[in-house]
Design a protein around this ligand. Structure first.
Ligand SMILES: [Zn+2]
Length: 337
């Protein structure tokens, strides 16, 4: 199984401008009350990665609770809304509309350059390596225009499809691309796709098992799945835990560990061709949290690391995290057997 180490200069503030992000978080809190907390249609669940029933409360976030699996140590919200309720949230919630129409636009240029272009380079090169001649591409629930533009431009795929109930046709402007507007579990595609992309999708579905089962039905044998996810085994999440600002529902309903992800993929019979954690922000995120609040309890070693003046040390530490799959941003390549 491959583990790729990359290094790129990227700053969290370019991707997440703090003023707009604060507004997005405030809107999300309000939306969670409206959409999920009032009617209390929430269901308890087992660990969605390894199905263990041994769990302990980790911390609460915006009225919902993260549990820690005591077997694979993934974090997951339980009780949780179902996928139909989540779908409605992603279509209608004002926080999501704000994200699509404002936040994602302000950061589009940096995201396109620093994240999306390298991501598509990875997809195109890996597809060439593992499935030469792949012709049919489908993406599930992408919400960034930059990704849609890349998919539309990937002309080596004969057919490019977006499975996506959130997009407004008029927002696609002149991008000629097939859109299946229903939710992913209703898509009629069967045994007819060579390559799929699921960007941070596994983080935000109520039933990852249902999603992977569906993906297995959509793909042809030998078909590839490209995924990205935030991991609970990553450095900044492990260090900050309940103080990690980027962990909140429903975007991060599941925060799997690397071990949890492996168990999940094995259960669904996928071959894992690559599992890398090419994140570049872990140390920066912890440094920022410490700068914002010097009182937060950090391990002595982490304080010492952050106090180092030579930027090369932090960079080398981040490279160590990547080399050992200990960054909190993961990219995964699976193959249907
Ligand atoms: Zn587990």
């Amino acid at each position: 199984m491959k583990n790729i180490v990359v290094f790129d200069e990227v700053k969290e503030v370019d991707l997440k401008p703090s003023g707009l992000l604060r507004k997005y978080v405030e809107l999300t809190k309000e939306d969670l009350k409206k959409f999920f907390l009032k009617e209390k249609k929430l269901e308890e669940c087992l660990c969605p990665a390894c199905h263990s029933n041994r769990q302990a409360k980790a911390f609460a976030r915006f009225g919902l609770e993260y549990q820690e699996c005591l077997s694979c140590h993934s974090l997951f919200i339980s009780p949780r809304p179902d996928d139909a309720a989540l779908n409605e949230f992603y279509v209608k919630a004002p926080s999501r509309i704000f994200w699509r129409e404002e936040l994602s636009r302000v950061t589009k240029q940096k995201r396109d350059e620093k994240i999306i272009k390298p991501r598509f380079q990875w997809i195109l090169e890996s597809a060439q390596e593992y499935f030469p001649g792949a012709q049919d591409f489908a993406d599930v629930n992408t919400n960034q225009l930059g990704i849609i533009e890349e998919i539309a431009g990937a002309e080596n795929f004969r057919r490019r499809t977006l499975i996506n109930p959130f997009l407004k046709k008029e927002e696609l402007n002149s991008i000629a691309i097939e859109v299946l507007e229903g939710p992913w579990w209703e898509t009629p595609l069967k045994n007819e796709v060579d390559v799929m992309s699921l960007f941070e999708m596994i983080d935000r579905v109520a039933h990852p098992d249902g999603l992977l089962r569906k993906v297995g039905q959509i793909l042809r044998p030998g078909g590839l799945v490209f995924m990205t996810a935030i991991t609970a085994s990553g450095f900044d999440v492990q260090v900050l835990w309940e103080r990690a600002e980027n962990l909140y529902p429903p975007d991060r309903l599941n925060i799997f560990t690397v071990e949890g992800l492996r168990t999940l993929f094995e259960r669904h019979g996928f071959e894992c061709l690559e599992l890398s954690t090419p994140g570049v922000l872990d140390v920066d995120i912890v440094a920022k949290a410490f700068k914002d609040d010097p009182q937060i309890p950090l391990p002595r070693f982490v304080r010492y690391l952050l106090s180092q003046k030579d930027p090369q040390i932090k960079k080398a530490f981040q490279e160590f995290l990547q080399a050992n799959r200990m960054s909190s941003y993961a990219r995964i390549l699976l193959r249907k057997k």
